[in-house]
Design a protein around this ligand. Structure first.
Ligand code: KG4
Length: 340
């Protein structure tokens, strides 16, 4: 089999990323330029800052990916690019850049769905049997999928309001922590051994959907009830102590872990034929949540797969993997490719 090299570009949110993937050798390079520092003082991603930053860095990031892989642009078989979902201004930068390369070098263009990239990110390091259930939790999405084959998956449940990562980020902002909140909350929770002191309410749904917006409100009412926050004046009366922050972080993690496990349990009741469980997306970087999902999988005798942390948060390697099988399947885009 002749080696086929794919260059993929990802600019859907606040990471400018490029990767070279080989069908024979796997990931050859994974270059990511994070914009976290640019957005931190705003407590979240500012779309215009994001797209301007993509514009400034995309050339360097793509060049770096090719250099790391030791590959010349001419050797690339196809250009993959994430065209949905994401911030429109950010997606446009990646799509225009990819179209320009594809057009100049007369290379095929392959469109990649960012969510599909996450769903198949566990394949970057391991072979996962089909069919399996995938729990995807990121900043913009929390969803459950049945995955039947490459590019063939069905959504079982999705985000009704705030995604899990969004809940982490919003609670972190509320209690005065920096953006993104997830990693900081994890560190604080570890300091109290991940105990669930505050027992926030678990969101119950009849469907397999996820709703975490109530959790932020539960935390808000908790800090109000304990005399820290004046709801009418919308200001803090007194500072939360470090221990309060640890307890809130840890209780929040327990609540989200329980919801994940509850949805997986119900999904498994209906889909008994699954052969494995995967946990993907930025939130899957969280060791506590990984262990909770792993424990659930072990209990049901199911193999568990989670990507290494570099492939949980946004990256272009997962996009290159998807672009590779779409290219093989002949599912090409044209120069009319739009963003969604
Ligand atoms: O997948 P991702 O990089 O971007 C999206 O596609 O949304 O996920 C970013 C989200 C953020 O909300 C961030 O707080 C969360 O993932 N996150 C974490 C951790 N690391 C990142 N959440 C919990 N624990 C972590 N260690």
């Amino acid at each position: 089999m002749a080696e086929c090299l794919i260059l993929a570009i990802e600019t859907s949110c606040d990471e400018t990323a490029a990767s070279v993937y080989s069908n024979a050798r796997g990931v050859c390079s994974n270059s990511v330029c994070s914009q976290i520092l640019l957005h931190q003082s705003y407590g979240g991603v500012v779309p215009e800052i994001a797209s301007r930053s993509h514009l400034n860095t995309i050339n360097t990031v793509v060049t770096q990916a090719l250099e790391q892989a030791g590959v010349a642009l001419q050797e690339i078989a196809a250009i993959g690019v994430v065209n949905k979902p994401g911030l429109p201004g950010s997606l446009l930068v990646g799509v225009c850049f990819a179209k320009a390369i594809a057009s100049c070098l007369r290379k095929p263009l392959v469109a990649v769905d960012h969510v599909e990239g996450h769903i198949f990110s566990s394949f970057l390091e391991q072979q996962v049997p089909f069919p399996h259930v995938c729990l995807m939790a990121s900043g913009g999405n929390t969803a459950l999928y049945m995955v039947y084959d490459f590019g063939q998956y069905q959504m079982l449940g999705t985000t009704l309001d705030d995604a899990a990562g969004e809940a982490f980020d919003k609670v972190a902002k509320l209690i005065g922590l920096a953006y993104p909140g997830g990693p900081i909350l994890e560190q604080l929770a570890a300091q109290v051994n991940f105990t669930d002191v505050l027992c926030y309410p678990r969101n119950k749904q009849k469907t397999l959907d996820f709703s975490f917006s109530g959790l932020k409100t539960a935390v808000l009412y908790d800090v109000v009830a304990r005399g820290f926050y004046d709801l009418e004046a919308r200001t803090f009366i007194r500072e939360l102590s470090d221990n309060d922050k640890r307890q809130i972080s840890s209780s929040l993690l327990n609540c989200i872990a329980d919801v994940f496990v509850e949805r997986l349990t119900r999904a498994y009741c209906v889909h008994r034929l699954i052969k494995a469980v995967t946990f993907v997306g930025g939130v899957a970087s969280n060791y506590f949540l990984r262990e909770q999902v792993r424990a659930w999988a072990n209990l049901h005798g199911l193999p568990f797969f989670v990507p290494s942390r570099q492939y949980c948060t946004d990256n272009a390697a997962m996009a290159a993997f998807v672009a590779n099988y779409r290219f093989t399947q002949g599912r090409l885009a044209t120069q009319l490719l739009d963003i969604n």
